[in-house]
Write a protein that binds this ligand. Structure first.
Ligand code: PLP
Length: 422
């Protein structure tokens, strides 16, 4: 099909008319769901060529599948990458990406305010001899002081969940690159609608697509996007040495033909389809979600005994990054402190529209008490660094009408005072 999409079109136009959205076999508007395990060939010679990477084609869904490819191409285009690989979950994407560049004895530098599951993963990697060094704030200065010869990657979340700290990608990537180290960014909570980490200086972007990318709360998934610009030093990054001939694409090639394939963490074709159609409305949803979150945060901030953590509030310690890095938006997650665990539970139970659920990025507003769920295995120090206290409520704001959300939350907060000891 003719390629009519111009490079200067805006987000939603690009999303719907991306090159990745053109030219399926039977002129379908959406990618067909190739819900198969294997692909058949006319003769053995053809299949041999596919296995030897001498001709394009699919052999077995764990190694590649056209529905997965359509989703990969679309995200790759939205992030401005050189190639993308979709995975069974956000956690498998983070695991595969880190294992592709770290051997036993290597070190990772990261921030302590990350998603709890990722912190748990760093503890698992410790058992494999991969050591993680945590810094409370991922400033360029803090990171510089922690880099050693063993450091192989710096990992951060652009907007950390739930801490709401913003990674200064331009500054941190500068320090990383001076030391020959790549910067991997989990951009799940920001999405390419809010920021494109590769353009800001990151080398690899990772998403849990289970969240805003899918948006409908109907499938788990993850994706790794390689910027393809990092100049790997194969003496330093021994994990990639075997892939030296692929130069700047060594990371992607190792993942695709080695680690990702052998870990068996591919995305299911049906989930790739659901994520693809979810992604189509990312711009619309994010615009509305960010507007709702901003309005709700500002309304809750007026209630005297409630402490709100949301980036667009002028008092927020990372407020300057809203304009500097996030296109004026604060994302879809806000936290607030209710004064006590008892009152936090009461407020959550009184809400009419917010669902009590362990997820973010859904169309529907979701709430949770992180200390007794997501951080149940974390130390008090780890929780504090993530901005999680006994009285914290995390809200993943949805696309409902903001007046209804504000009324629901303010009513629940007022009502919760009755009989509660603060
Ligand atoms: N990264 C972030 C920022 C998350 O919030 C989550 C899940 O909440 C993950 C990664 C893990 O994603 P998944 O649940 O798809 O494995």
């Amino acid at each position: 099909m003719g390629d009519k999409v111009s490079d200067d079109c805006r987000f939603n136009t690009r999303l719907l008319h991306s090159r990745a959205s053109k030219g399926y076999g039977q002129r379908e508007i959406l990618p067909p769901i190739a819900q198969v395990t294997a692909f058949q060939y006319e003769n053995m010679e053809e299949l041999e060529k596919v296995f030897a990477h001498k001709s394009m084609g699919y052999a077995y869904t764990r190694i590649g599948n056209p529905t997965m490819s359509a989703f990969e191409q679309k995200i790759n285009e939205m992030e401005g990458g050189a190639g993308a690989i979709c995975c069974s979950s956000g956690m498998s994407a983070i695991s595969a990406a880190l294992l592709a560049v770290c051997n036993s004895g290597d070190e990772i530098i990261t921030g302590s305010g990350l998603y709890g599951g990722t912190i748990d993963l760093f503890h698992d990697l410790e058992k494999l001899g991969i050591h993680t060094i945590f810094t409370e704030n991922m400033t360029a200065g803090n990171i510089k002081s922690l880099i050693t010869d063993k450091t192989k990657v710096i990992f951060g979340e652009l907007i950390s969940n739930p801490a709401q700290k913003v990674l200064d990608i331009p500054e941190v990537s500068k320090v990383a690159h001076e030391a020959g180290i790549p910067l991997f960014v989990d951009s799940t909570t920001a999405t390419p609608f809010i920021a494109r980490p590769l353009e800001l200086g990151a080398d690899v972007v990772i998403h849990s697509t289970s969240k805003y990318i899918n948006g409908g709360g109907n499938s788990i998934g993850g994706i790794i996007v390689d910027g393809g610009k990092f100049a790997w030093d194969f003496e330093k990054h021994e994990a990639l040495k075997e892939f030296k001939k692929y130069s700047k694409l060594a990371f992607s090639v190792r993942l695709r033909t080695d680690l990702w394939e052998n870990l068996g963490c591919c995305m299911a074709p049906f989930n790739a389809y659901l994520s693809f159609i979810g992604l189509d409305t990312l711009g619309l949803r994010m615009e509305r979600i960010c507007r709702n979150a901003d309005a709700l945060a500002k309304a809750l901030d007026k209630i005297p005994d409630i402490k709100v953590n949301y980036l667009t509030l002028p008092s927020h310690p990372y407020h300057e990054y809203v304009e500097k890095e996030l296109g004026g938006l604060g994302g879809g997650i806000l936290n607030f402190r209710a004064g006590s665990k008892e009152r936090a539970f009461k407020i959550i139970n009184l809400l009419k529209y917010a669902l009590i659920a362990s997820n973010i990025g859904d169309l529907r507003t979701l709430v949770i008490h992180p200390a007794s769920t997501l951080y149940i295995r974390s130390t008090e120090g780890e929780m504090e660094a993530a901005g999680v206290y006994a009285d914290t409520i995390r809200v993943s704001v949805g696309i409902e009408d903001s007046d209804d959300l504000i009324r629901d939350f303010t009513n629940a907060i007022e009502e919760s005072i009755r009989g509660t000891v603060l």
